[in-house]
Ligand binder design. Structure first.
Ligand code: PGA
Length: 266
């Protein structure tokens, strides 16, 4: 079975939900989605560190995979304010988002640091959700493909084929994310997903590289989710603001699943 037989849908709640908010959100989402078949849907929520223990308990019944928004590249030690891989494993977290645009552009994370985090995640059996994307000026210079390729080649340096079998990628153009973001149109997004998939195949071969899920993120909403998921190279959606209301996320999920299924018939 290919990993791409499933649709990948999830959200990073950033720094917006307290433990109480996360509890409400996950409980509502679990109820709303209780009838959906999880063999073909990988549903994930990535809330703040402080909520993880509680989130993990609630999601067990709702079959929602819980991930962390970041982690340290060092295994332990004198790193004030950081959270280590073993701290996440202790909570039974096996999914970690690495290199989100805000980590790179607000907190100055480099591709080399991202790579160390990816390696730390894979050596501990976690699924890294590596986020990549070009800035507006890189797009305007016409170097988006080179930037994506560089982010993948440095970010995934040293990852074995076997480790790549766990990897997920999110393509999130920096200019498309957040309140001032302009969503990428579906043709542009699909074209960049194809570029990403080609790089992954060149790194890990067709069987492994061609089977790595690539999700699109950046101003996904009820108005564009359908057209985005209908594109050949888009394997899932990584949603911010539009997913933070459980009812809204439920609507998006129910709308895109049949379209994804239809794609398989073509
Ligand atoms: P957005 O966030 O959907 O609110 O643009 C996307 C993201 O940062 O992953």
């Amino acid at each position: 079975m290919s990993r791409l037989d499933k649709i990948y849908l999830g959200t990073n709640t950033k720094m917006t939900k307290t433990i109480a908010d996360t509890e409400l959100f996950l409980t509502e989402l679990s109820t709303l989605l209780s009838d959906l078949n999880r063999e073909t849907l990988e549903l994930f929520v990535i809330p703040s560190f402080t909520t993880l223990e509680r989130a993990k308990k609630i999601s067990a019944e709702g079959k929602i995979r819980i991930g962390a928004q970041n982690m340290c590249w060092a295994p332990e030690g004198q790193f004030t304010g950081e959270v280590s891989v073993s701290m996440l494993r202790e909570l039974d977290i096996d999914l970690v988002e690495i290199g989100h645009s805000e980590r790179r552009h607000v907190f100055g994370e480099s591709d080399e640091e991202v790579n160390k985090k990816v390696l730390m995640a894979t050596t501990h059996g976690m699924t890294p959700l590596l986020c990549i994307g070009e800035t507006l000026s890189q797009k305007q210079y016409g170097i988006s493909d080179e930037v994506l390729s560089t982010q993948l080649k440095i970010g995934l340096n040293g990852i074995s084929k076997d480790e790549a079998r766990k990897l997920w990628i999110a393509y999130e153009p920096v200019w498309a994310i957040g309140v001032n973001g302009i969503p990428a149109d579906e043709h542009y997004a699909n074209e960049k997903h194809k570029v990403i998939k080609n790089v992954l195949v060149s790194m890990f071969g067709e069987e492994v590289g061609g089977d790595i899920p690539v999700l699109y993120g950046g101003s996904v909403n009820n108005g564009n989710a359908d057209i985005l998921i209908s594109q050949k190279f888009i394997d899932g959606l990584f949603i911010g603001r539009s997913a933070w209301d459980a009812k809204n996320l439920n609507e998006i999920i129910r709308s895109v699943i049949p379209l994804f299924e239809k794609r398989k018939d073509i």
